[in-house]
Write a protein that binds this ligand. Structure first.
Ligand code: NDP
Length: 248
């Protein structure tokens, strides 16, 4: 087991990519502390992991509140006496054309996708700096570089995560023990697109036959996370872009 004795926080663990990451890292021996807002899903997943002989716990978490991330870190240190990594994965994607002026959707993407990552980093960094050890993995998106009609704000939040992660990596390189990774998946099967309501975006996706593209499954992204975590401490995997083979 490659991650035995490691303690890892996963945000957005209640479904999709975060759920797959939690399951895979637990299989590799890590103790997983999961955060998200839907308690029933977290409870079921926690039970599933523990029944399989893994180690998991959860705390209801809204990443738009920095205090919630602090609670996850406190839980790790109180319960396990250590923290090795955080996977900042929570995200939302209510795509819409800018002309629709969906300010609520824009704010939820900025607060969750970008500020949520800042909150996660802000919560773990004091401890990682004290230890000169730790790994921060941010789940961004290939949309951070490839912008489509309807994805302007979502892509902006993911571009912000990319740029922030690289700046953080540059700063932390002098600490020699803290690794930073940005993972940018392409289209992945999950419920994230269910919140798209703008008819313009829905029509574009239909015309592009988006639903017919053979997508990644969440486990594909989880494997990329596991790879980044398991490489030697000497090497820091800075970025992984992982797209479906069929995605243009
Ligand atoms: P899901 O919708 O399945 O998962 C999103 C997760 O984020 C859920 O667990 C949700 O849990 C959680 N979440 C949302 N808002 C908050 C919040 N305020 N606080 C805490 N948790 C929150 O989608 P994916 O698995 O696809 O998405 C995971 C990440 O992967 C996102 O960052 C997304 O942008 C990124 N991504 C996804 C791609 C895809 O095609 N699916 C492609 C590229 C990147 P809950 O509702 O219980 O809080």
């Amino acid at each position: 087991m490659k991650l035995e004795d490691k303690v890892i926080i996963v945000t957005g663990a209640s479904s999709g990519i975060g759920e797959a990451i939690s399951l895979l890292l637990a299989e590799e021996g890590a103790s997983i502390i999961m955060g998200a807002r839907r308690e029933d899903l977290l409870r079921d997943l926690c039970e599933k992991i523990n029944t399989r002989g893994g180690k998991a716990s959860y705390i209801m978490t809204d990443v738009t509140f920095k205090g919630d991330l602090d609670r996850l870190v406190k839980h790790a240190l109180d319960e396990y006496g250590r923290l090795d990594a955080i996977i900042n994965n929570a995200g939302v994607m209510p795509l819409s054309y800018v002309e629709v002026m969906d300010f609520e959707g824009w704010e939820s993407m900025i607060d969750t996708n970008f500020k949520g990552v800042l909150h996660g980093v802000g919560a773990v960094l004091p401890y990682f700096l004290e230890q000169n050890n730790g790994h921060i993995i941010n789940i961004s998106s290939d949309a951070g570089e490839k912008v489509n009609a309807g994805s302007a704000i979502y892509s902006a939040t993911k571009a912000a995560v990319n740029v922030f992660t690289e700046g953080l990596r540059a700063e932390l390189s002098s600490r020699k023990g803290i690794r930073v990774t940005c993972i940018q998946p392409g289209a992945t099967m999950s419920e994230i697109a269910n919140s798209i309501e703008d008819p313009l975006v829905l029509e574009d996706r239909k015309n592009a036959k988006f639903d017919e593209v053979r997508k990644l499954i969440p486990e594909d992204v989880a494997q990329a996370v596991c790879y980044a975590l398991c490489t030697s401490k000497r090497s820091s995997i800075n970025e992984i872009v992982i797209r479906p083979t069929d995605q243009p």
